[in-house]
Design a protein around this ligand. Structure first.
Ligand code: MN3
Length: 256
């Protein structure tokens, strides 16, 4: 493959955005199913939201059907959320990347860099957050719900006091995000500490350097069709479909 400044930019972006964790988790699972190395790499990047053949970000296919998280997350919400909202962030991210490349090439005014940088942060974070969000959930018959086990369980108990205290903190964070945003369980590697935090919109208030592990989307598009203004009830139901095995994998990779 020819390495161009453009491809370096995109590869750097995908690493910085935190999608490497998803790609590596997906690659491990695909490798176990007997795919060859080249196909595993292509498919795992696609699972992380990057189409290597087209050289652009892409909407990943969900690992489960739109109705698989019923009754906790309804099929209509899942379909709109994935096929319309997430797809829109993918388009916006590719558009911003293209516009910035044109500016570097001299085809666009540098005066628009501020605008496109903001678009990049918003749509890029929107894309990454949703890739992680879908990976953080699973139907009950495929391991969704329950509680974490192993080193993540131990770390949660040590950093939050207990799993129940973590859940109280996480739910309070998710319930109190002002307007549209997210709550995250994240890992801060310098202090070797788990943190619960919020983000407004997709990216504001998030601390650089943290590795996102478990995120809940609390934009109204994530729950309003079923739960209307009852965000707390949505958060309770989200906890019943958390894929703790994948969250553990993100934790392992963040700590590696
Ligand atoms: Mn969303």
């Amino acid at each position: 493959m020819t390495v161009t400044p453009e491809s370096i930019d995109r590869r750097s972006a995908i690493a910085a955005l935190g999608l490497g964790a998803v790609a590596s988790v997906a690659a491990a699972q695909m490798g176990q199913r007997g795919m060859n190395a080249a196909d595993t790499r292509r498919a795992s990047l696609l699972a992380a939201g990057w189409n290597a053949d087209a050289g652009e970000y892409a909407l990943p296919t969900l690992r489960y059907g739109y109705d698989a998280l019923e009754p906790h997350i309804d099929a209509e919400t899942m379909k709109l959320h994935h096929s319309k909202h997430h797809a829109g962030y993918v388009r916006g991210l590719n558009r911003a990347m293209d516009a910035l490349a044109k500016i570097r090439a001299g085809d666009n005014s540098v005066g628009s860099i501020k605008h496109w940088s903001r678009e990049l942060a918003f749509h890029g974070s929107g894309h990454v957050n949703h890739v992680l969000f879908w990976m953080c959930m699973a139907p009950r018959e495929r391991g969704g719900g329950g509680e974490p086990t192993g080193t993540l369980q131990e770390k949660i108990a040590s950093d939050f006091g207990s799993y129940d205290r973590f859940v109280d903190h996480f739910k309070a964070a998710a319930s109190s995000v002002e307007a549209s945003g997210w709550a995250w369980l994240a890992y801060e590697p310098v202090a070797d500490r788990l943190i619960v935090t919020q983000a407004e919109k997709h990216q504001n208030l998030f601390m650089n350097g943290m590795h996102p592990l478990l995120g809940i989307d609390v934009w109204e598009h994530a729950y309003y069709l079923k739960y209307q203004n009852r965000r707390g009830e949505y958060v309770d139901n989200f906890m019943k479909v958390v894929d703790w095995a994948n969250v553990q994998r993100f934790f392992d990779r963040a700590r590696a």
